[in-house]
Design a protein around this ligand. Structure first.
Ligand SMILES: Cc1cc2nc3c(=O)[nH]c(=O)nc-3n(C[C@H](O)[C@H](O)[C@H](O)COP(=O)(O)OP(=O)(O)OC[C@H]3O[C@@H](n4cnc5c(N)ncnc54)[C@H](O)[C@@H]3O)c2cc1C
Length: 399
Protein backbone atom coordinates (compact mmCIF):
# COMPACT_ATOMS: atom_id res chain seq x y z
CA UNK A 1 0.00 0.00 0.00
CA UNK A 2 1.41 3.43 -0.94
CA UNK A 3 1.32 5.99 1.84
CA UNK A 4 0.17 9.34 0.44
CA UNK A 5 2.08 12.33 1.71
CA UNK A 6 0.17 14.73 3.93
CA UNK A 7 -0.08 18.04 2.06
CA UNK A 8 0.37 21.14 4.19
CA UNK A 9 -0.24 24.42 2.40
CA UNK A 10 0.81 27.66 4.06
CA UNK A 11 -0.82 30.79 2.62
CA UNK A 12 1.44 33.83 2.99
CA UNK A 13 5.17 34.01 3.66
CA UNK A 14 5.20 36.96 6.02
CA UNK A 15 6.31 36.86 9.65
CA UNK A 16 3.74 34.19 10.55
CA UNK A 17 3.77 32.05 7.39
CA UNK A 18 7.51 32.01 6.72
CA UNK A 19 8.38 31.10 10.32
CA UNK A 20 5.66 28.46 10.39
CA UNK A 21 6.77 26.81 7.13
CA UNK A 22 10.36 26.62 8.39
CA UNK A 23 9.27 25.18 11.71
CA UNK A 24 7.08 22.56 10.03
CA UNK A 25 9.93 21.59 7.70
CA UNK A 26 12.24 21.29 10.67
CA UNK A 27 9.90 19.05 12.63
CA UNK A 28 8.15 16.88 10.04
CA UNK A 29 9.71 14.21 7.94
CA UNK A 30 9.68 14.97 4.19
CA UNK A 31 9.06 11.27 3.62
CA UNK A 32 5.51 11.77 4.87
CA UNK A 33 4.72 15.43 4.42
CA UNK A 34 4.81 17.94 1.61
CA UNK A 35 4.93 21.60 2.65
CA UNK A 36 4.03 24.29 0.13
CA UNK A 37 4.13 28.02 0.80
CA UNK A 38 2.13 30.33 -1.44
CA UNK A 39 3.13 33.97 -1.57
CA UNK A 40 2.22 36.68 -4.03
CA UNK A 41 5.58 38.48 -4.01
CA UNK A 42 9.01 36.89 -4.61
CA UNK A 43 10.70 38.68 -1.68
CA UNK A 44 10.15 38.49 2.05
CA UNK A 45 8.77 41.88 3.08
CA UNK A 46 9.92 43.24 6.42
CA UNK A 47 6.66 45.06 7.10
CA UNK A 48 7.98 46.46 10.37
CA UNK A 49 10.39 48.60 8.37
CA UNK A 50 8.02 49.90 5.70
CA UNK A 51 7.77 53.36 7.27
CA UNK A 52 11.57 53.48 6.85
CA UNK A 53 11.16 52.56 3.18
CA UNK A 54 8.65 55.38 2.73
CA UNK A 55 11.05 57.77 4.46
CA UNK A 56 13.69 56.97 1.81
CA UNK A 57 15.82 54.36 3.55
CA UNK A 58 16.80 51.13 1.85
CA UNK A 59 16.17 47.84 3.56
CA UNK A 60 17.62 44.45 2.75
CA UNK A 61 15.67 42.45 0.20
CA UNK A 62 15.56 38.71 0.69
CA UNK A 63 14.34 36.33 -1.98
CA UNK A 64 11.92 33.73 -0.65
CA UNK A 65 13.44 31.25 -3.11
CA UNK A 66 16.76 31.66 -1.24
CA UNK A 67 15.06 31.53 2.16
CA UNK A 68 13.52 28.14 1.44
CA UNK A 69 16.33 26.70 -0.70
CA UNK A 70 17.38 23.33 0.66
CA UNK A 71 14.66 23.21 3.31
CA UNK A 72 12.30 20.95 1.41
CA UNK A 73 9.60 23.64 1.48
CA UNK A 74 8.08 24.21 -1.96
CA UNK A 75 7.52 27.84 -2.85
CA UNK A 76 4.66 28.77 -5.14
CA UNK A 77 4.75 32.40 -6.23
CA UNK A 78 1.10 33.18 -6.85
CA UNK A 79 -1.74 35.30 -5.55
CA UNK A 80 -4.36 33.47 -3.55
CA UNK A 81 -7.75 34.39 -4.99
CA UNK A 82 -10.09 31.97 -3.26
CA UNK A 83 -10.52 29.05 -0.94
CA UNK A 84 -12.90 26.10 -1.01
CA UNK A 85 -12.70 24.48 2.42
CA UNK A 86 -15.20 21.77 1.51
CA UNK A 87 -13.08 20.54 -1.43
CA UNK A 88 -9.89 21.54 0.45
CA UNK A 89 -8.55 23.55 -2.45
CA UNK A 90 -7.00 26.99 -2.85
CA UNK A 91 -7.42 29.02 -6.04
CA UNK A 92 -4.28 30.88 -7.10
CA UNK A 93 -3.12 33.05 -9.98
CA UNK A 94 0.55 33.14 -10.87
CA UNK A 95 2.79 33.78 -13.85
CA UNK A 96 1.45 30.64 -15.48
CA UNK A 97 -2.16 31.77 -15.06
CA UNK A 98 -4.85 30.48 -12.71
CA UNK A 99 -4.39 27.23 -10.86
CA UNK A 100 -5.56 25.19 -7.92
CA UNK A 101 -3.76 23.64 -4.96
CA UNK A 102 -5.13 20.82 -2.84
CA UNK A 103 -4.36 20.51 0.84
CA UNK A 104 -4.90 18.20 3.76
CA UNK A 105 -3.98 20.90 6.29
CA UNK A 106 -4.07 24.61 5.55
CA UNK A 107 -2.31 27.35 7.48
CA UNK A 108 -3.84 30.69 6.54
CA UNK A 109 -1.42 33.58 7.15
CA UNK A 110 -2.21 36.22 4.53
CA UNK A 111 -1.63 39.18 6.85
CA UNK A 112 -3.47 42.44 6.40
CA UNK A 113 -3.59 45.72 4.54
CA UNK A 114 -4.76 49.25 5.37
CA UNK A 115 -8.27 49.61 6.82
CA UNK A 116 -10.09 52.42 4.97
CA UNK A 117 -13.18 52.40 7.22
CA UNK A 118 -15.24 53.52 4.23
CA UNK A 119 -13.86 57.08 4.42
CA UNK A 120 -14.35 58.76 1.04
CA UNK A 121 -11.21 59.58 -0.90
CA UNK A 122 -8.86 57.24 0.99
CA UNK A 123 -8.65 54.69 -1.82
CA UNK A 124 -8.15 57.41 -4.45
CA UNK A 125 -5.90 59.95 -2.77
CA UNK A 126 -4.27 58.56 0.39
CA UNK A 127 -1.03 56.60 0.66
CA UNK A 128 -0.12 53.95 3.22
CA UNK A 129 2.80 51.91 4.49
CA UNK A 130 1.15 48.52 4.95
CA UNK A 131 2.72 46.91 1.87
CA UNK A 132 6.00 47.28 -0.02
CA UNK A 133 4.28 48.60 -3.16
CA UNK A 134 2.32 51.24 -1.29
CA UNK A 135 5.36 52.30 0.79
CA UNK A 136 7.40 52.74 -2.40
CA UNK A 137 4.59 54.77 -4.00
CA UNK A 138 4.55 57.03 -0.96
CA UNK A 139 8.33 57.42 -1.10
CA UNK A 140 8.15 58.49 -4.75
CA UNK A 141 5.38 60.97 -4.01
CA UNK A 142 7.36 62.45 -1.10
CA UNK A 143 10.40 62.81 -3.38
CA UNK A 144 8.22 64.90 -5.73
CA UNK A 145 6.70 66.98 -2.96
CA UNK A 146 9.69 69.25 -2.49
CA UNK A 147 10.77 71.57 0.36
CA UNK A 148 8.00 72.77 2.64
CA UNK A 149 5.44 70.27 1.35
CA UNK A 150 2.85 69.15 3.88
CA UNK A 151 2.30 65.56 4.96
CA UNK A 152 -0.60 64.52 7.17
CA UNK A 153 -0.44 61.11 8.84
CA UNK A 154 -3.92 59.96 9.86
CA UNK A 155 -4.03 57.71 12.91
CA UNK A 156 -2.37 57.77 16.32
CA UNK A 157 -1.76 54.03 16.57
CA UNK A 158 1.71 52.51 16.57
CA UNK A 159 2.13 52.68 12.78
CA UNK A 160 0.93 56.29 12.62
CA UNK A 161 3.37 57.35 15.35
CA UNK A 162 6.28 55.45 13.76
CA UNK A 163 5.49 56.86 10.32
CA UNK A 164 5.12 60.50 11.39
CA UNK A 165 8.35 60.51 13.40
CA UNK A 166 10.34 58.62 10.76
CA UNK A 167 9.23 60.96 7.97
CA UNK A 168 9.94 64.04 10.09
CA UNK A 169 13.44 62.82 10.97
CA UNK A 170 14.42 61.58 7.50
CA UNK A 171 12.82 64.42 5.56
CA UNK A 172 13.28 67.54 7.68
CA UNK A 173 12.28 69.78 4.75
CA UNK A 174 8.70 68.55 4.94
CA UNK A 175 6.04 69.83 7.29
CA UNK A 176 4.69 66.71 9.03
CA UNK A 177 1.46 66.59 11.04
CA UNK A 178 -0.56 63.79 12.63
CA UNK A 179 -4.34 63.64 13.04
CA UNK A 180 -5.40 61.73 16.17
CA UNK A 181 -9.00 60.81 16.93
CA UNK A 182 -8.21 60.97 20.64
CA UNK A 183 -5.17 62.14 22.57
CA UNK A 184 -1.70 61.29 21.38
CA UNK A 185 -0.34 58.29 23.29
CA UNK A 186 -3.31 58.22 25.67
CA UNK A 187 -2.71 54.51 26.30
CA UNK A 188 0.91 55.01 27.38
CA UNK A 189 2.08 55.43 30.97
CA UNK A 190 2.33 59.13 31.97
CA UNK A 191 6.14 59.17 31.68
CA UNK A 192 6.17 57.43 28.31
CA UNK A 193 3.47 59.83 27.06
CA UNK A 194 5.65 62.77 28.09
CA UNK A 195 8.58 61.16 26.23
CA UNK A 196 6.41 60.77 23.12
CA UNK A 197 5.26 64.38 23.18
CA UNK A 198 8.83 65.61 23.61
CA UNK A 199 9.91 63.50 20.62
CA UNK A 200 7.12 64.99 18.49
CA UNK A 201 8.17 68.50 19.57
CA UNK A 202 11.84 67.79 18.89
CA UNK A 203 11.06 66.49 15.41
CA UNK A 204 8.60 69.31 14.72
CA UNK A 205 5.55 67.08 14.17
CA UNK A 206 2.28 68.99 14.65
CA UNK A 207 -0.48 67.03 16.38
CA UNK A 208 -4.20 67.60 15.74
CA UNK A 209 -5.93 65.82 18.61
CA UNK A 210 -9.64 64.89 18.74
CA UNK A 211 -9.62 65.06 14.97
CA UNK A 212 -11.52 62.44 13.00
CA UNK A 213 -10.86 62.63 9.28
CA UNK A 214 -14.14 62.33 7.34
CA UNK A 215 -12.87 62.73 3.77
CA UNK A 216 -9.58 62.80 1.89
CA UNK A 217 -9.14 65.09 -1.11
CA UNK A 218 -6.12 65.53 -3.42
CA UNK A 219 -4.32 68.15 -1.28
CA UNK A 220 -6.32 68.35 1.95
CA UNK A 221 -8.54 66.43 4.32
CA UNK A 222 -11.91 67.40 5.79
CA UNK A 223 -12.49 66.53 9.43
CA UNK A 224 -15.76 65.43 11.03
CA UNK A 225 -16.47 68.97 12.23
CA UNK A 226 -15.80 70.44 8.77
CA UNK A 227 -12.29 71.75 9.45
CA UNK A 228 -9.98 71.68 6.46
CA UNK A 229 -6.39 70.51 7.05
CA UNK A 230 -3.76 70.96 4.33
CA UNK A 231 -2.21 67.69 3.19
CA UNK A 232 -0.02 67.69 0.12
CA UNK A 233 0.24 63.99 0.95
CA UNK A 234 -2.14 62.07 3.20
CA UNK A 235 -0.75 58.90 4.79
CA UNK A 236 -3.56 56.64 5.97
CA UNK A 237 -2.57 54.77 9.16
CA UNK A 238 -5.96 54.11 10.69
CA UNK A 239 -5.53 50.42 11.39
CA UNK A 240 -5.25 47.14 9.50
CA UNK A 241 -7.92 45.13 7.69
CA UNK A 242 -7.75 41.50 6.63
CA UNK A 243 -8.41 40.11 3.16
CA UNK A 244 -12.01 39.00 2.58
CA UNK A 245 -10.99 35.54 1.26
CA UNK A 246 -11.65 33.66 4.53
CA UNK A 247 -15.10 35.18 5.02
CA UNK A 248 -16.03 34.57 1.38
CA UNK A 249 -15.01 30.93 1.78
CA UNK A 250 -17.51 30.44 4.59
CA UNK A 251 -15.00 30.13 7.42
CA UNK A 252 -16.27 31.47 10.71
CA UNK A 253 -14.85 34.95 11.05
CA UNK A 254 -15.09 37.75 13.64
CA UNK A 255 -16.52 41.19 12.85
CA UNK A 256 -12.98 42.14 11.80
CA UNK A 257 -12.99 39.38 9.14
CA UNK A 258 -10.27 37.50 11.04
CA UNK A 259 -10.63 33.72 11.25
CA UNK A 260 -12.06 32.64 14.62
CA UNK A 261 -9.69 30.03 16.05
CA UNK A 262 -9.59 27.89 19.15
CA UNK A 263 -6.65 27.85 21.61
CA UNK A 264 -4.63 25.76 19.14
CA UNK A 265 -5.18 28.26 16.27
CA UNK A 266 -7.50 25.84 14.52
CA UNK A 267 -10.53 27.28 12.76
CA UNK A 268 -13.62 26.69 14.90
CA UNK A 269 -15.67 25.97 11.77
CA UNK A 270 -13.16 24.03 9.62
CA UNK A 271 -10.76 21.72 11.51
CA UNK A 272 -8.41 21.32 8.52
CA UNK A 273 -7.72 25.04 8.59
CA UNK A 274 -5.40 26.90 10.98
CA UNK A 275 -4.75 30.63 11.06
CA UNK A 276 -1.83 32.69 12.34
CA UNK A 277 -0.72 36.30 12.32
CA UNK A 278 -2.92 39.29 11.55
CA UNK A 279 -5.71 37.20 10.05
CA UNK A 280 -6.28 35.04 13.17
CA UNK A 281 -8.86 36.11 15.73
CA UNK A 282 -6.91 34.58 18.59
CA UNK A 283 -7.64 35.14 22.24
CA UNK A 284 -4.54 35.82 24.31
CA UNK A 285 -3.83 34.66 27.83
CA UNK A 286 -5.55 37.75 29.23
CA UNK A 287 -8.83 36.74 27.58
CA UNK A 288 -8.65 39.49 24.94
CA UNK A 289 -7.97 39.25 21.22
CA UNK A 290 -4.27 39.48 20.43
CA UNK A 291 -3.48 42.71 18.59
CA UNK A 292 -2.38 42.55 14.96
CA UNK A 293 1.38 42.68 15.44
CA UNK A 294 4.57 40.86 14.65
CA UNK A 295 4.72 39.72 18.25
CA UNK A 296 1.28 38.10 17.92
CA UNK A 297 2.32 36.59 14.57
CA UNK A 298 5.17 34.90 16.45
CA UNK A 299 2.94 33.59 19.22
CA UNK A 300 0.16 32.35 16.94
CA UNK A 301 2.41 30.66 14.38
CA UNK A 302 4.27 28.81 17.14
CA UNK A 303 1.00 27.55 18.59
CA UNK A 304 -0.42 26.66 15.17
CA UNK A 305 2.64 24.70 14.09
CA UNK A 306 2.89 22.91 17.45
CA UNK A 307 -0.77 21.88 17.10
CA UNK A 308 -0.44 20.77 13.48
CA UNK A 309 2.61 18.64 14.28
CA UNK A 310 1.02 17.12 17.38
CA UNK A 311 -2.21 16.20 15.61
CA UNK A 312 -0.38 14.69 12.66
CA UNK A 313 1.89 12.61 14.84
CA UNK A 314 -0.71 11.58 17.38
CA UNK A 315 0.80 13.55 20.26
CA UNK A 316 -1.03 15.67 22.77
CA UNK A 317 -1.41 19.23 21.50
CA UNK A 318 0.95 21.43 23.53
CA UNK A 319 -0.20 24.77 24.85
CA UNK A 320 2.33 27.43 23.93
CA UNK A 321 2.39 30.97 25.34
CA UNK A 322 -0.03 33.62 24.04
CA UNK A 323 1.03 36.45 26.28
CA UNK A 324 1.35 39.93 24.81
CA UNK A 325 3.99 41.84 26.74
CA UNK A 326 4.06 45.31 25.34
CA UNK A 327 4.62 47.71 22.49
CA UNK A 328 7.90 48.82 21.06
CA UNK A 329 7.53 52.00 19.04
CA UNK A 330 10.35 53.56 17.05
CA UNK A 331 10.55 57.36 16.99
CA UNK A 332 12.97 57.76 14.12
CA UNK A 333 16.33 55.95 14.14
CA UNK A 334 17.69 57.23 17.45
CA UNK A 335 14.72 57.13 19.78
CA UNK A 336 12.03 54.65 20.73
CA UNK A 337 9.61 53.74 23.50
CA UNK A 338 9.21 50.25 24.89
CA UNK A 339 6.04 50.19 26.96
CA UNK A 340 5.22 47.07 28.94
CA UNK A 341 1.54 46.26 29.35
CA UNK A 342 -0.16 44.28 32.12
CA UNK A 343 -2.75 41.52 32.05
CA UNK A 344 -5.51 44.09 31.49
CA UNK A 345 -3.59 45.52 28.49
CA UNK A 346 -3.06 48.72 30.49
CA UNK A 347 0.40 50.21 30.39
CA UNK A 348 2.64 49.53 33.36
CA UNK A 349 4.24 52.61 34.93
CA UNK A 350 7.68 51.45 33.76
CA UNK A 351 8.87 52.13 30.22
CA UNK A 352 12.18 52.20 28.39
CA UNK A 353 12.92 55.19 26.18
CA UNK A 354 15.63 56.89 24.15
CA UNK A 355 18.68 55.39 22.49
CA UNK A 356 18.67 52.20 24.56
CA UNK A 357 15.11 51.46 23.48
CA UNK A 358 16.03 52.30 19.87
CA UNK A 359 18.99 49.89 20.00
CA UNK A 360 16.81 47.19 21.51
CA UNK A 361 14.21 47.65 18.79
CA UNK A 362 16.90 47.50 16.12
CA UNK A 363 18.09 44.21 17.66
CA UNK A 364 14.55 42.80 17.64
CA UNK A 365 14.07 43.72 13.98
CA UNK A 366 17.41 42.15 13.07
CA UNK A 367 16.51 39.04 15.07
CA UNK A 368 13.18 38.67 13.27
CA UNK A 369 14.88 39.10 9.90
CA UNK A 370 17.57 36.58 10.83
CA UNK A 371 14.89 34.10 11.83
CA UNK A 372 13.22 34.43 8.43
CA UNK A 373 16.57 34.04 6.65
CA UNK A 374 17.23 30.79 8.54
CA UNK A 375 13.81 29.13 8.60
CA UNK A 376 15.14 25.73 9.49
CA UNK A 377 17.90 26.92 11.80
CA UNK A 378 19.09 24.10 13.97
CA UNK A 379 17.59 21.51 11.64
CA UNK A 380 18.27 18.40 13.65
CA UNK A 381 19.18 14.97 12.41
CA UNK A 382 15.68 13.72 11.89
CA UNK A 383 14.55 11.14 14.42
CA UNK A 384 12.01 9.07 12.56
CA UNK A 385 9.02 7.62 14.29
CA UNK A 386 7.16 4.85 12.53
CA UNK A 387 3.68 5.94 11.52
CA UNK A 388 0.74 3.55 11.71
CA UNK A 389 0.24 2.32 8.15
CA UNK A 390 -3.52 2.60 8.43
CA UNK A 391 -3.47 6.27 9.38
CA UNK A 392 -2.94 8.56 6.39
CA UNK A 393 -2.50 11.62 8.55
CA UNK A 394 0.18 10.13 10.72
CA UNK A 395 3.66 11.31 9.87
CA UNK A 396 7.09 10.95 11.29
CA UNK A 397 8.51 13.71 13.37
CA UNK A 398 11.97 15.17 13.64
CA UNK A 399 12.50 16.30 17.21
C1 LIG B 1 5.07 50.17 9.02
C2 LIG B 1 4.72 49.07 9.95
C3 LIG B 1 5.43 48.94 11.15
C4 LIG B 1 5.11 47.90 12.04
N1 LIG B 1 5.83 47.80 13.19
C5 LIG B 1 5.56 46.80 14.04
C6 LIG B 1 6.30 46.65 15.24
O1 LIG B 1 7.19 47.44 15.54
N2 LIG B 1 6.01 45.60 16.06
C7 LIG B 1 5.03 44.71 15.77
O2 LIG B 1 4.80 43.77 16.56
N3 LIG B 1 4.29 44.83 14.63
C8 LIG B 1 4.54 45.83 13.76
N4 LIG B 1 3.81 45.96 12.61
C9 LIG B 1 2.75 44.98 12.34
C10 LIG B 1 3.33 43.72 11.71
O3 LIG B 1 4.12 44.04 10.60
C11 LIG B 1 2.22 42.78 11.27
O4 LIG B 1 1.35 42.57 12.36
C12 LIG B 1 2.84 41.47 10.81
O5 LIG B 1 3.48 41.68 9.56
C13 LIG B 1 1.80 40.37 10.68
O6 LIG B 1 2.40 39.22 10.18
P1 LIG B 1 1.62 38.27 9.17
O7 LIG B 1 2.52 37.15 8.84
O8 LIG B 1 0.26 38.00 9.69
O9 LIG B 1 1.39 39.18 7.88
P2 LIG B 1 2.48 39.71 6.82
O10 LIG B 1 3.80 39.90 7.45
O11 LIG B 1 1.84 40.89 6.18
O12 LIG B 1 2.59 38.54 5.76
C14 LIG B 1 1.54 38.23 4.90
C15 LIG B 1 2.12 37.64 3.64
O13 LIG B 1 1.06 37.20 2.81
C16 LIG B 1 1.27 37.65 1.48
N5 LIG B 1 -0.04 37.80 0.86
C17 LIG B 1 -1.02 38.68 1.20
N6 LIG B 1 -2.10 38.49 0.42
C18 LIG B 1 -1.80 37.49 -0.43
C19 LIG B 1 -2.51 36.82 -1.45
N7 LIG B 1 -3.78 37.12 -1.76
N8 LIG B 1 -1.89 35.82 -2.10
C20 LIG B 1 -0.62 35.45 -1.80
N9 LIG B 1 0.10 36.05 -0.83
C21 LIG B 1 -0.48 37.06 -0.16
C22 LIG B 1 2.03 38.95 1.63
O14 LIG B 1 2.75 39.24 0.44
C23 LIG B 1 2.93 38.63 2.81
O15 LIG B 1 4.12 38.03 2.40
C24 LIG B 1 4.09 46.99 11.71
C25 LIG B 1 3.39 47.11 10.51
C26 LIG B 1 3.69 48.13 9.64
C27 LIG B 1 2.93 48.24 8.34
Amino acid sequence: MTLMKHRIVVLGAGYAGAFAAGNLARRLSPADTEITVVNAAPDFVERMRLHQVAAGQDIARRKLADVFAGTGVRLRLARVTGLDPERRTVAVTGEDGPGELSYDTLLYALGSSAAHHGVPGVAEYAFDVTGLGSALRLRERLDDLGEGGSVLVVGEGLTGIETATELAESRPGLSVALAARGELGAWLSPRARRHLREAFDRLGVTVHEHTAVAAVEPARVITADGTVLPAGVTVWSAGFAVHPIAAAAGLEVAATGQIVVDRSMRSVSHPDVYAAGDCAYAIGENGRPLPMSCASAGLTNMQATAAIIARLTGDEVPVTGLKYFGNHISLGRRDAIFQMVGEDVRSKPWYLGGRTAARLKSGILKGAEWGIAHPTFGLPTRRRRPAPASDRAAVRVAA
